[in-house]
Design a protein around this ligand. Structure first.
Ligand SMILES: Cc1ncc(C[n+]2csc(CCOP(=O)(O)OP(=O)(O)O)c2C)c(N)n1
Ligand SMILES: [Mg+2]
Length: 553
């Protein structure tokens, strides 16, 4: 069989149904094979967004993302998405097509040879856990096998580069055997946690999404032992708000002032999931980050060996909770779906009814009280994320296994992250009655908007809400707090309604309260794909703690 056929067959047998990227002569033999075999090619406007969409799609489907590109230009465009996948522990296979073997040392277009003066393999090596160029078609089987193995093991991206001619070469098919990975349970750790729980001297912090089964176990333990449970910003949208021991979201930008009592009570703080980073600990605030803190995490990179905390436990969280449930001898299985879904009454601050621009805090509260039950909201980097953490109060959305209705991307905190991730999620959950919202700044849209126009043909259940303040608002407000001078923050005043309409995307511009009241129904019926929300740029965003941390020497 041909090398390209082998790759397409293997991807399909691993459950991959879509591949994302930008076409070009060097990758075309691979795409032709995909096309012939009905592996859906989702061709995107840019490799960067393609890779973000791919990794998000793969994650939501509980598989892995597949992204394709040409060498040189395509690869260099991909670096932001590749580093995001690396830092965010997202699985992604990148296949790049290179110049034909006989021309690989020549001054080609999309040149990656020594004449380019750039070592592409070096920089791709740095942001993948495995990257290999195929020079002999007979190596393809082993390289593919190893790439998938490493990707699964580290939950990070891998890359295979294939010269154009090699896609067409005959190879001998072997059966792929991908090893499974299991993280061992350490019983000493389990006993420690069991004893702490039994003495009720603890509080739980959920800092990552959980599976339904694990959430049920955690809530059951919390209920039986009366253990308070918090979310942190990276785990927000995981705990049902109706749960009696739910205490709120603690972390940077959040509105929870961790009770003074808790600081003094010397309880253990058990974090499940993401690292004890700036955002999850509100700048390493010692009320949660101290020698009574325990981190239970799946990723080695989340562990900081120099930290003051009591214990780091590297394990599979699902297995750990299952075992914990057993040694605590808890039988009655709790079902989080049985919690009454009382839509929380959100207090909406008064807003003037006139012509003034909209107050973002008002808008976030207003939006939540009207939006449909089942939705997942992405908050891009910038003030959207800060407002989201402060104001968003949503219960988990149950779909497949993972549960989280609130998403932020703090990996490399790139502007435009939410755009690709929300498209990937919307594609993955297209027919499940879940609506996806993406809150994003005008600066971030100006960086990445082309993709929205590209994806209009898929008619996805997604709405982009652009916080349009004609400014890099987070920068502006940071400057306002920290140095009282302003520079390099202003953006051109854009009418995104006109812009997106010219691309065939249904958009609306909301300039004030009157507009909002008038268009409300169509907004929540999902008629508009883009809402150009003109906000008051002077309303301070809740970023003062972050600014304090930025000042640290
Ligand atoms: C790619 C990238 N460049 C720069 C930054 C630094 N940065 C963080 S927030 C921000 C402002 C974002 O502006 P906008 O998208 O308009 O959102 P706003 O804060 O105005 O709501 C900048 C420049 C970043 N996070 N990512
Ligand atoms: Mg802005």
């Amino acid at each position: 069989m041909k090398a390209s056929e082998f790759i397409v067959d293997e991807l399909m047998s691993l459950g991959i149904d879509k591949i994302f990227g930008v076409n070009g002569g060097l990758i075309e033999p691979f795409l032709l094979e995909a096309y012939n075999k009905n592996l859906e090619i989702v061709h995107c406007a840019s490799e960067n967004q393609a890779s973000l969409i791919a990794q998000s799609y793969g994650y939501e489907k509980e598989k892995f993302g597949v992204c394709f590109c040409v060498s040189g230009a395509g690869q260099s465009n991909l670096i932001n998405g590749l580093t995001t996948a690396y830092v965010e522990n997202k699985k992604m296979l990148v296949i790049s097509g290179d110049n034909a073997s006989s021309k690989s040392e020549k001054r080609n277009l999309q040149n990656t040879s020594k004449f380019s003066g750039v070592s592409f393999s070096d920089f791709i090596n740095k942001c993948t856990v495995y990257s290999k160029k195929i020079t002999n078609p007979d190596d393809l089987f082993d390289v593919f096998n190893k790439a998938i193995y490493k990707m699964e093991k580290h939950s990070r991206p891998v890359h295979i580069e294939i010269p154009k001619d090699i896609f067409e070469k005959e190879i001998i098919k072997k059966t792929l055997k991908i090893k499974k990975h299991t993280k061992k349970i350490n019983y000493k750790n389990l006993l420690t946690i069991k004893n702490i729980i039994k003495k009720q001297k603890t509080e739980f912090f959920c800092s990552s999404p959980l599976r339904k089964e694990s959430l049920d176990i955690l809530l059951n333990i919390s209920r039986i032992y009366n253990i308070p449970i918090y979310e942190t910003p990276t785990g927000k949208g995981t705990i049902p708000k109706e749960f009696e021991n739910y205490k709120g979201c603690f972390g940077l930008f959040s509105n929870i002032i961790y009770e003074q009592e808790s600081t003094k009570n010397k309880k253990f703080k058990i974090f499940f999931g993401n690292s004890l980073n700036e955002i999850n600990t509100n700048g390493w605030n010692e009320c949660v980050f101290n020698d009574k803190t325990i981190l239970i995490t799946e990723e080695k990179q989340n562990i900081d060996p120099n930290s003051v905390i009591f214990e780091n436990i590297l394990t599979d969280i699902d297995d750990f909770l299952k075992n914990l449930n057993e040694i605590l001898k808890l039988k009655n299985q709790f079902n989080s779906l049985s919690l009454k879904n009382n839509k929380k009454q959100i207090s909406i601050k008064k807003h003037h009814n006139g012509e003034q621009k909209i107050n973002p805090e008002y808008f976030f509260n207003f939006f939540q009280s009207y939006k449909p039950e089942k939705s997942i909201a992405f908050f891009d980097n910038g003030n959207s994320m800060a407002w989201g953490i402060k104001t968003w109060e949503d219960s988990p959305v149950f779909y497949e296994n993972m549960i989280q209705s609130f998403r932020i991307g703090i990996g490399i905190s790139s502007m435009g992250w939410g755009l690709g991730y929300s498209i990937g999620a919307a594609m993955a959950h297209k027919d499940k009655g879940i609506h996806i919202y993406c809150f994003i700044g005008d600066g971030s849209i100006l960086m990445s908007s082309q993709e929205i126009a590209f994806f209009r043909k898929y008619n996805l259940p997604i709405t982009f809400i652009i916080l349009n303040d004609s400014s890099l608002g987070m920068v502006y407000h940071g400057q306002k707090i920290a140095i009282k001078k302003h520079f390099a923050h202003d953006l051109p005043t854009c009418n995104f309604k006109d812009y997106f309409k010219s691309c065939g995307v249904n958009a609306v511009r909301i300039k004030n309260q009157k507009d909002l009241n008038k268009k409300k129904h169509k907004i929540f019926e999902g008629d508009y794909k883009v809402i150009d929300l003109v906000i008051d740029p002077e309303i301070p965003s809740p970023i003062s703690d972050r600014v304090k941390n930025l000042k640290a020497k």
